[in-house]
Design a protein around this ligand. Structure first.
Ligand SMILES: O=P(O)(O)OC[C@H]1O[C@](O)(CO)[C@@H](O)[C@@H]1O
Length: 446
């Protein structure tokens, strides 16, 4: 088991009978997921995905990754939200947050289309100047503005460099199996395509081609990722709260939310976990933040952020709880040496491993924060590798679905995202948005 829930630091915040009281509701949420009887039940394809994924496509993903590795020194991954965060989280978690800068025999991976910043785009363009590259454009709808704008740019650059025929050999599209502009264009131009299944929403799609192709290019072990997800799915099958850490985590989130803790801070002590936190925030933010309800998902990387956000968490308004990732085996370690002059007074640490210092920072922080009135949920993570990535992804996805149903929302839609898009289109003069533009103009003139 790669992930184990430790509730030791919750004793002063949650009494055991409170969890017992939630058990029937958790059992009902379990039925909603497994019998597909809850809100948003068209989007439960991720539940069995670790077992039922398309094996033929899986082999094609690995073959495409080999072709990309042979042809290119860089892969441009174009996507936003669920079509971006999972792949980035995986590469940093499994490989390193310094993946691009490290010596390796796999291509650099640059993520674009996740912002409308021209400065960001220009930087990436300069990074591929004179570098052979391929493109993986990812969009379920095929119409999202940010990735569509970026794709225009990199498609044109590929066509200029390698000709239309050459570009075709370097563009891979991950999108809907039949619908959308990207699918139409890919079929017309002959790009290799991969499918985002109809019943898998963007933020639940990291274990489809959305995440798997960039991961394979970065040299991640896809079999191990899927094996981790399978074991996680099996461990989260039993509706009995005592036997299911994933469901207990979901139930605890709900209990704490109902006690007035409105912010969940995911805290990790490894910089390579930072993008995993970003993935987590989209997963929970889009799934639960609706109908004027939901925990606000936040994140910190300690000890870095103990020197910025630490003050607030220890001492600020008491509306937070923390979910702490307690990594059991560091990816690598560093031995602290004795210094003859002891100029910094740190010789008391000589002979210790850096991971022990990190661990004591974690232990000390948990004790201090709990004393300061911050409930701490601890998730013990065995190691950070391919297997545990798959395990953790599934753990958080399943907990998110159960948590959303406990909250009484549809965990699988995101109607709130349309607000900014409509206003932006109206302001930019997109045809069809004239009425909204008139309303906005009036509002701005007041
Ligand atoms: O894959 P697409 O359709 O480009 O969507 C990207 C992201 O945009 C959203 O639809 C929100 O706008 C997310 O839910 C999704 O992950």
């Amino acid at each position: 088991m790669s992930v184990k829930l430790n509730t030791k630091y919750l004793r002063s915040f949650v009494r055991p009978h409170e969890l017992d009281g939630l058990a029937p509701l958790v059992a009902a949420a379990h039925q909603q997921v497994h019998q597909k009887s809850g809100l948003g039940n068209d989007f439960l394809g991720w539940v069995d995905l670790p077992f039922s994924y398309d094996k033929e496509e899986f082999a094609r993903i690995k073959a495409a990754a080999e072709k990309i590795k042979n042809q290119s020194q860089a892969l441009i991954v174009i996507g936003i939200g669920g079509s971006y965060l999972g792949a980035r989280a995986a590469i940093e978690y499994i490989k390193s947050n310094n993946y691009n800068a490290l010596k390796k025999d796999t291509p650099n991976i640059y993520f674009v289309g996740n912002t409308i910043s021209p400065a960001y785009l220009n930087d990436i363009l300069s990074l591929v100047d004179g570098v052979d590259f391929s493109v993986n454009v990812i969009s379920k709808s095929g119409t999202t503005t940010e990735p569509a704008l970026a794709f225009r740019v990199f498609k044109e650059l590929l066509e200029q460099r390698y000709g239309v025929e050459g570009a075709k050999e370097r563009i891979y599209a991950t999108t809907d199996k039949a619908r959308g502009t990207l699918k139409e264009l890919s079929d017309k131009n002959g790009y290799e395509t991969f499918v985002i299944p109809d019943d898998v929403g963007g933020r639940f799609s990291v274990l489809t081609a959305v995440g798997l192709l960039p991961m394979a290019v970065a040299g991640c072990d896809l079999e191990a990722v899927m094996a981790g997800a399978q074991d996680s799915a099996k461990a989260a099958e039993d509706p009995d709260l005592d036997k299911n850490d994933c469901y207990r985590y979901a139930a605890i989130r709900n209990l704490l939310y109902n006690k007035g803790y409105s912010v969940e801070v995911l805290a990790a002590y490894e910089p390579s976990f930072r993008e995993m936190c970003e993935w987590f925030k989209q997963l929970y933010g889009e799934s639960e933040g609706k109908d004027n309800k939901g925990l606000f998902p936040a994140s910190v990387i300690f000890s870095t952020d103990l020197h910025s956000m630490g003050q607030y968490i220890q001492d600020g308004r008491r509306q937070l709880f923390e979910t702490v990732i307690d990594l059991q085996q560091p990816k690598s370690d560093f031995f602290i040496k004795e210094d003859a002059s002891n100029f910094d007074g740190l010789n008391f640490l000589a002979g210790q491993n850096m991971s022990s210092v990190n661990k004591m920072a974690m232990q000390g922080t948990i004790l201090a924060h709990v004393k300061g009135g911050v409930p701490n949920v601890v998730l013990e993570l065995e190691k950070m590798d391919d297997y545990s990535f798959g395990y953790l992804v599934y753990f958080f996805e399943k907990a998110c679905a159960i948590s959303g149903y406990l909250l009484g929302v549809n965990p699988f839609d995101q109607p709130g995202v349309e607000g900014y898009k409509n206003n932006m289109f109206a302001l930019l003069g997109k045809p069809g948005y004239e009425e909204l533009r008139a309303e906005i103009d009036k509002e701005l003139a007041e």
